[in-house]
Design a protein around this ligand. Structure first.
Ligand code: V47
Length: 359
């Protein structure tokens, strides 16, 4: 690497925090292998050669959604032939069927359903926890929590406390998209703003609930908007330390209102993963959601700052509605093989990153 970029190498080696200006400068560097080496250095410092994975089952309770974000091909209006809503019994049955896989986590998200009351979500959580007390329930995005507050008239804190009492263990990082008001006005004007997402997460962390954070990239965002998204997350993490992992999600345009856009390339995905690892110095884990990245890019990402692979999943609906051609799930054995092939040490974890087994 030329002298021009030595400053960043020095900063990363010294463990110094990147400024907004540093991040912007770095985002203009097209040398992906250089970025990857830097990100890998940060990752090694945090978790060595270990790569975490978990055995989980994703469940989407309904696809009927009043938000109808332009990037989403999964949601639909009531009355649409694709519309479905699971009963609590059906959700229980789905988990029962997944028990032989040895799942330790249920990843449960819903949509902004126009008619279902908050009591429905509480009931599902309660039933799942009663029936499967040993399985961790990671449920509902910050956007949904804000919506539950709106429809129930309860405060955000009260909504969270009731869900916690019913059995919620932690929260996924969805609904963050890109915090920029320009992007949200363009893509998802009907749901919680970036500021509201951050406010909800602040309360989540204050209550001692751990969460993840995501970013949807590869649509109409600029590098500046992406970096500001990362910096807002870094600031909140400084304040609360409540985030466990960060998951950049590559946009899949098929069947969405943005189907004229090309999906982000492998190069772009790896670039975003490396920048995330370098900027989010206070996040313990950067996670590759292989379902959206594709297994091949997800495996390569283990050389570009990623230390966590999600997961067995079993059934995924959101990006498969948007044309994803990946499998909907994967076996634990295959995840282990993929990590080993990349020269890393597979570590099965639970949702709170406690080690279950090192392979
Ligand atoms: O918020 C929606 C994204 C998210 C599309 O926290 C799309 O561990 C690509 O957040 N193309 C939901 N992405 C999924 C999510 C998630 C996934 C895995 C792990 C975790 C975690 C969280 O999916 C939404 C949105 O950003 N999304 N439509 C699309 N067409």
């Amino acid at each position: 690497m030329s002298e021009e970029w030595k400053w960043i190498e020095d900063k990363v080696k010294a463990g110094e925090r990147l400024t907004r200006e540093d991040a912007l400068r770095l985002s203009s560097n097209p040398d992906l292998l250089f970025l990857g080496r830097l990100a890998q250095e940060v990752k090694k410092r945090k978790t060595g050669d270990q790569v975490f994975f978990n055995v989980n089952r994703h469940i989407n309770l309904t696809n009927i959604c009043s938000s109808r974000c332009r990037f989403c091909a999964f949601s639909c209006d009531p009355g649409d032939p694709r519309a479905y809503t699971l009963t609590a019994n059906q959700a229980v049955k789905i988990v029962e069927d997944a028990l032989p896989l040895g799942i330790t986590e249920i990843h449960l998200v819903s949509a902004l359903h126009p008619d279902l009351p908050f009591a429905y979500y509480l009931e599902v959580v309660k039933r799942l926890k009663e029936r499967f007390p040993h399985i961790h329930l990671q449920a509902f995005t910050a956007v949904e929590i804000k919506y539950f507050s709106d429809i129930s008239g309860l405060s955000i804190r009260e909504v969270l406390t009731r869900l916690q009492e019913a059995g919620l263990g932690s929260m996924p990082g969805g609904g963050a998209e890109i915090f920029s008001p320009r992007i949200r006005a363009e893509l998802c004007p009907k749901k919680a703003s970036g500021e509201e997402w951050i406010e909800v997460m602040k309360t989540v962390h204050e209550l001692g609930i751990k969460s993840n954070a995501t970013m949807l990239f590869g649509h109409i965002e600029t590098d500046e908007e992406m970096i500001d998204h990362l910096l807002q997350l870094r600031q909140l993490q400084d304040d609360t330390s409540g985030f466990q992992s960060f998951i950049p999600l590559p946009f899949h345009p098929r069947h969405t209102a943005l189907s004229h856009l090309s999906p982000p390339s492998a190069w772009e995905a790896l670039r975003v993963l490396t920048l995330s690892r370098l900027i989010l110095d206070n996040f313990p884990h950067i996670k590759a959601f292989w379902i959206m990245l594709g297994l091949k890019v997800a495996q390569l990402s283990l050389e570009f700052g990623v230390n966590d692979l999600d997961g067995t999943v079993v059934e995924e609906r959101i990006v498969h509605a948007a044309g994803a051609s990946t499998e909907k799930g994967i076996t634990k054995e295959r995840l282990i093989e993929i990590i080993r092939q990349a020269g890393k040490v597979p570590v099965e974890r639970d949702t709170l990153y406690r080690i279950i087994r090192v392979y």
